[in-house]
Design a protein around this ligand. Structure first.
Ligand SMILES: [Zn+2]
Length: 172
């Protein structure tokens, strides 16, 4: 029986990442997929291509998201930057996050508790810890047979998917 292919990006801090990483999770089409952004310099380049101004504050926000690699609220980001001695206002953090997420260069998750932002803009899945609420990125590829079953059941051609998994650390 085929099982889903799962990989966790871990916490790479090198740039660029190793070849083979950064495949588009859950995407089935092979044409016109944007190349996943591999490092913060790729995001700078994408922003310039989109005609976005890369202000000092905007770079601070992007650098923090890529260094931290977690899903953070605007307040988390504001507090972390100010803890690092960066001089940036809450409004500026919020406005830059909104501009970056509408340009599709960062991730935005809408949660009951508010919006969370992440460094990865490519399609990926999530695992939420039911104990701590921490959210981990995962790359999950479902077996082709399962997709075909879903297509037969729904009459839809599945073009993309993300999974949201919930669990607790084993042994707890
Ligand atoms: Zn994510």
């Amino acid at each position: 029986m085929a099982i889903a292919t799962i990989s966790s990006p871990g916490t790479p801090d090198g740039c660029p990442q190793q070849p083979g990483k950064g495949s588009v999770s859950g995407g089935r089409s092979t044409a016109a997929e944007p190349v996943p952004l591999q490092c913060v310099e790729d995001v700078y380049r994408r922003c310039r291509e989109l005609g976005m101004r890369l202000s000092r504050q905007r770079r601070m926000v992007l650098d923090l998201l890529w260094a931290d690699q977690r899903h953070l609220s605007a307040r988390d980001i504001f507090e972390k930057l100010n803890d690092q001695g960066r001089n940036i206002g809450h409004t500026s953090v919020y406005q830059n996050l909104e501009a970056l997420q509408s340009a599709g260069v960062i991730e935005c998750l809408d949660r009951a508790s508010g919006r969370l932002y992440g460094y990865r803009a490519d399609l990926h899945s999530h695992l939420t810890c039911s104990q701590s609420g921490a959210i981990q990125d995962l790359d999950v590829t479902l077996p082709a047979e399962l997709i075909e079953q879903i297509e037969a059941l729904t009459g839809f051609t599945i073009e993309s998917y993300t999974l949201h998994l919930c669990g607790r650390p084993q042994g707890l």
